[in-house]
Every structure is written in C-alpha cells, then in structure tokens.
Design a protein around this ligand. Sequence first.
Ligand code: HEC
Ligand code: HEC
Length: 460
Amino acid sequence: MWRDVAGLQTRKNWRAGWLGALCVSALLAACDAGNATGDGAHAAQADVGSAQMQKVSAGAATVVPTGGQTRAQVYESVRKMTAVGKQLFFDPSLSGSGKLACASCHSPQHGFGPPNALSVQLGGQDMRQQGMRAAPNIKYLQKVPSFTEHYHDSDDEGDESVDAGPTGGLMWDGRVNSAHEQARMPLTSSFEMGSTPQKVAAAVKAAPYANEFRAAFGEHVFDSDDTTFKAVLQALEVFEETPELFYPYTSKYDAFLAGKAQLTKAELHGLQLFNDETKGNCASCHISQRALDGSAPAFTDFGLIAIGVPRNRALTVNRDPHFYDLGACGPERADLKGQDEYCGIFRTPSLRNVALRKTFFHNGIYHSLDEVVRFYAQRDTNPEKFYPVVKGKVQKYDDLPKKYWANLNTDPPFDRKPGDKPALDEAEIKDVVAFLKTLTDGYQPEAPQQHADAHIVSSK
Ligand code: HEC
Ligand code: HEC
C-alpha cells in the first residue's frame, strides 16, 4: 500500500516534495515504473511521489480527499485531474479578457516560459496592463523547497550546520509556498488574467471539458463557485507536476551526465568555466552536479540572492523614480517588509531550458544570454556598460537604494573593481553560452562529426 511506502519520509524526500500538498502526479511516476526511462533522476522522483502522497493523505488543500483511497483510486484521480488541468492551462476563457491562458505566458514550446521577447507580459481586461516581472519558466519547480529564512542543506559539503540563508518559495521573491496558492494569483491579478473565482467557475461550467471536470472532482464540484475555483487550482497544480512535461530531464547535459552524449569542445570548456570558482563560479548558485542522492541537478540552489540587476527603465512601474521592486522585502511580498536584509534578493532560477528564453532576470532587462553572462563577468570591472552614467559618474546598482548595498553578493565573479581583469573574456563568455544551450530538453543525439567544424570531446 502506498501508505507504507510513504512511511519513509527522509529529509531528502522533504526537500524534494514540498509541493506535495498535491504533487500527486509524481505518484504516477512511481506507479508508472514501467515507463520510466532512466537513471537516478527517475528513482528519486519515485521517492518524491511517496512523500508527496503522505501529504496528500493529510488532505491539505485537496478538494477530493484522497485519504482512505486505494493506490489505484488515487492513481485514477491523478490521471483525471491531470487531463482537466491541462485543458484549464490552455483555456483563455478563464481570463477576464477571454484572451489570456496560463500557456500565453508559460508556453510549452518555450520551456513553459514566455513565447516572446517582451520584458514583462501584457494582461488585464484590456490586454495592455504590464506587470513588473518577467514570466519565469515553470519547469523543474518540483524541488523548490518551502521558503525559509535559514536553509540547512545536507548536500552542502555534507554539513547541515551551514546556514545558506533565505531559500525557496515560488515566484521571484519566494512569497508563495504551493502551486495551488500560486495559481490563484495570475487568475485574479489585475495585470495578468484579471479574472475572479466567480468568472472562472462560470467558464469551467460552460467549457467543453465540464463533464470531465465533474468526473475528476465529484458530483458536488459545481455546488459553489468557491469549491469549483479550488478544484481549478488543484487541477492546475496536479497538471504542473506531470513529470514528462515539467521535469523530463532530457537535455544534452543530462545525456552527458549519463555517459550517453559528448559535449563539443566549446560546451565542455563552457562547463569548466561555469564550475570554476575563480572564473564564472556559476555553479556555486546554479548547481551543475548530481546531488548526493544521485538526483539530477536543478541548476539552482533555490537561494534568494541580490546580484544588482540594473533597473529596467522600459517598465511602466519604473517611471516613478521612487518605486523599487525590492524582491523579498516588498512591495509584492508583504511578510518581510521593513527587514532590510531581505531587500533586493530574488530566487535563483533554474537554468534548465534558459536558452529558450528571450528575456532574462526578474525585470526582463536583458534579451540575450551573451548580455547576461557579460553582466556577470563585467558588472564590477566595467560598470559603465550596465548602469547609467550621469555627469561622468556611473550610477551603480541603480535598482537598489544604497542603504541595501550590503546585501549584494560579492563572491566571484562579483569580487572585482574597475581596472581589474573580468572573470571571463569574450571567447569564454561565448563558451559559457554554448554550455547553457546544452540545458534544453528534448535532445536528440546526432551523428558525431556531422558538422565539419565540431570538435567532439569525450565526456570521460
Ligand atoms: C500575463 C502573464 C502570465 C500569465 C497569464 C500567467 N503567469 Fe504565471 N507567472 C507570470 C509572472 C510574471 C510570474 C512571476 C511573478 C512574480 O515573481 O511576482 C509567474 C509565476 C508563475 C509561477 C511560479 C514560478 C516560479 O519560478 O516560482 C507559476 C507556477 C506560474 N506562474 C503558473 C501559472 C499558471 C498556472 C497560470 C494560469 C492560471 C499562470 N501562471 C498565468 C506570468 C504569467
Ligand atoms: C551568487 C549566486 C549566483 C551566481 C554566482 C550566479 N548566478 Fe545566475 N542568477 C542568480 C540569481 C539570484 C538570479 C536572478 C537574479 C534576478 O533576476 O534579480 C540569476 C539569474 C540568472 C540568469 C537569468 C535566468 C532567467 O530565467 O531569467 C542566467 C542566464 C544566469 N543567472 C546565469 C548565470 C551564469 C552563466 C553564471 C556564472 C557566470 C551565474 N548565473 C552566476 C544567482 C547567481
């Protein structure tokens, strides 16, 4: 019985399983052992499923209580919810304008990120309202831990006493702790889908999938708008946990880690620079190695960090010179307001599928990976390239008031000053970008030496 399996709640399960109030679909991974194609990543997911099921059995936020059901019943429930969740995700009729679906900003062809190069997406009733943040890729969120101010990671050189600081939570500022709570926000936000629970419920009742929805959530799901709305959130959450869509681990880099693909000379050099503590040092925050339990790297340690991203003056909110998006200390996030040490920090995003994006950082200021990597390499050696220069003086860190500058990260490559040599030169930046492109899912092995100029280097 799944209850027995669920008994083994280890710390790693906890880390991997917080979305668990639902993550029922990870259970499918466990049940579908026959379909699992793979390596440690899948084994880890099966464990996750058990831990998550334990949470489901606690009944948190579920419309259909799963406690007391057999494994087969839960499995069937998950299947039905996933199917309706998918239809909801693509349904623009849930929005106030009737034009915006979750998929409009989180496009499956773009790693479930934005399909265009806009810094922030447009929404609202008139489809003209601008939010203040770039739409993130919503793949590989299944391991994001709940937000905590003091994070202790057993993978941190095996030393759990190290406090890694504020970590986890969904959204750029970590303010939400579950995908069903999260889904409420875009649905009701005035600058996103601009809808209401009533409108959403009415849309679902009128939808071609209304009967399927009732079959998944039971006879009484349409009894009140509130129940219908909660079921919508749950279905979306379950769908967002579909392993083959949201965490397939099918990038070239995954194949490389499994010894099934070779990186080109440029990609391999990029990986070395990415990992090298004296060069990119990227892997110190964007983890590139398997975890101690063998699970595939998420390319983030989920930490909230201030890196001094320049102010994006193209955003409407930033026309007000007194407005600052300070991440965890507000104004979007309310619970840490007034706590200066949280100002300017944003959650480190996964870099999986990052090459499918056309807009980068929380305010969408950059539009190419070259620019992003150059920012890391030269932020402090050539600040004039990134920040405005007023009367000959560079306005460094112009999106963070000076009183919060102590929060800025100063580890390499951010350990330099004007005149120092940048951590990466232009050729090295190119190679790091080549490496980042190996993180895109859906890698199909090619015949080696297909391109005359590709120098193939063995992974071993
Ligand atoms: C108008 C564009 C837009 C639409 C439509 C939209 N989102 Fe988002 N989504 C965003 C933005 C912007 C953020 C980041 C917000 C923030 O950090 O404050 C986000 C964040 C998220 C996150 C958290 C990602 C992370 O890295 O923590 C999830 C999950 C998500 N959206 C799912 C959904 C779902 C489900 C829907 C449909 C109900 C949806 N989104 C509709 C723009 C959109
Ligand atoms: C000290 C931790 C840290 C280090 C080191 C670091 N990053 Fe980041 N990275 C972050 C954080 C935090 C963000 C989000 C910042 C924001 O938007 O305000 C980010 C964002 C990014 C993004 C944008 C992703 C997106 O979806 O918009 C890319 C690309 C990226 N990093 C690549 C790199 C590369 C390449 C390196 C090494 C040269 C690197 N990072 C080093 C913490 C780090």
